[in-house]
Ligand binder design. Structure first.
Ligand code: SF4
Length: 303
């Protein structure tokens, strides 16, 4: 598949975010060559009047100067060192990161500034940057803050993965990457999202992910079910009708007139994953991190 890469410098690196658990986000690329059928970003694309259908992920914007712009933004007096979410609108370790290394450059800038961040990805390429993640983790700790990585691993079911995530690496590769990061002292967790009703929510499927996450050393695990906002909805249902036509009725009923499933559908799955995490003992098992050095004391000037 031909993908176009548009090298377009950016004017700002950090985006202010509303209505999310984080206030600031950073995305070195816009658009994602992984092209998951369920990708929630398709909804943003539709709102921005860009293609959300099969054309999504075929044209990627590359913010070639993002690390330099980020470095300038982090030294502004108004910047108070808030946590930054990396990869909320595109995968920062999609294939072109191998060539452009923009995510790596941003992590270096954040590490040098001891600025905390969380990063979400489906890309095992992240192990290439273990060294900068280690530095950033140690630097953030000097301010009592944290660096963390979240691997999106909704399922280990090969058929579901292959069919819904046409461009990602196999989930077990992500688990191997997670294991390497944890062995290197980096905090890494698993987000099981989106879980697909009838396709990846069977108890044994849920348990397989939790067990594998525990074996890899995940610090925590959470789960969420598919939601379908306009833009994602049309594309996902077309793909579903093609790949699992027998499931179409179920989805049309479940998501009839709503984007999010009600609690009676989502809570049992979340509770099940939480219980499995407890049973399997999922927790942060990294060796104790060295205490950050004390902050220099403010000298009192004799007058
Ligand atoms: S990896 Fe994430 S951002 Fe990329 S297509 Fe899949 S869901 Fe969307």
């Amino acid at each position: 598949m031909q993908i176009e890469y548009r090298e377009e410098p950016c004017r700002s690196a950090l985006n202010r975010v509303k209505g999310m658990p984080f206030e600031w986000s950073l995305n070195p690329y816009m658009g994602c060559a992984h092209r998951c059928t369920f990708c929630y970003v398709r909804a943003f694309e539709l709102r921005a009047d860009r293609p959300a259908d099969d054309r999504y992920g075929r044209s990627i914007r590359v913010k070639t100067n993002i690390a330099q712009v980020l470095a300038r933004e982090l030294v502004r007096p108004a910047w108070l060192g808030a946590g930054i979410a990396i990869g909320a609108a595109t995968d920062p370790y999609q294939p072109c990161e191998g060539r452009y290394r923009l995510t790596r450059a941003c992590l270096e800038v954040l590490g040098a500034a001891a600025n905390p961040f969380s990063l979400i990805t489906r890309g095992p390429m992240i192990v290439r940057d273990l060294d900068v993640l280690q530095t950033a983790t140690a630097q953030a700790a000097t301010r009592g803050a944290e660096v963390s990585v979240m691997f999106s691993i909704p399922t280990l079911d090969d058929e579901v993965w292959r069919t819904t995530e046409p461009g990602t690496a196999p989930p077990r590769q992500r688990l191997r990457a997670l294991k390497e990061l944890v062995a290197g002292g980096v905090k890494a967790s698993v987000g099981m999202a989106p879980i697909l009703p009838g396709l990846s929510d069977r108890p044994e499927q849920l348990e397989a992910v939790v067990q594998a996450a525990r074996e890899a050393g995940a610090a925590s695990i959470w789960a969420n079910l598919l939601y379908l906002k306009p833009g994602t909805r049309e594309h996902f249902l077309v793909a579903l009708a093609h790949d699992w036509p027998e499931e179409l009725d179920r989805y049309e009923q479940l998501y009839d007139g709503r984007a999010y499933l009600p609690a009676e559908e989502t809570q049992p799955v979340r509770d099940r994953v939480r219980a499995l995490a407890r049973e399997h003992g999922v927790r942060d098992r990294r060796p104790p991190q060295p205490e950050p050095p004390p902050q220099p004391e403010q000298l009192t000037l004799a007058v």
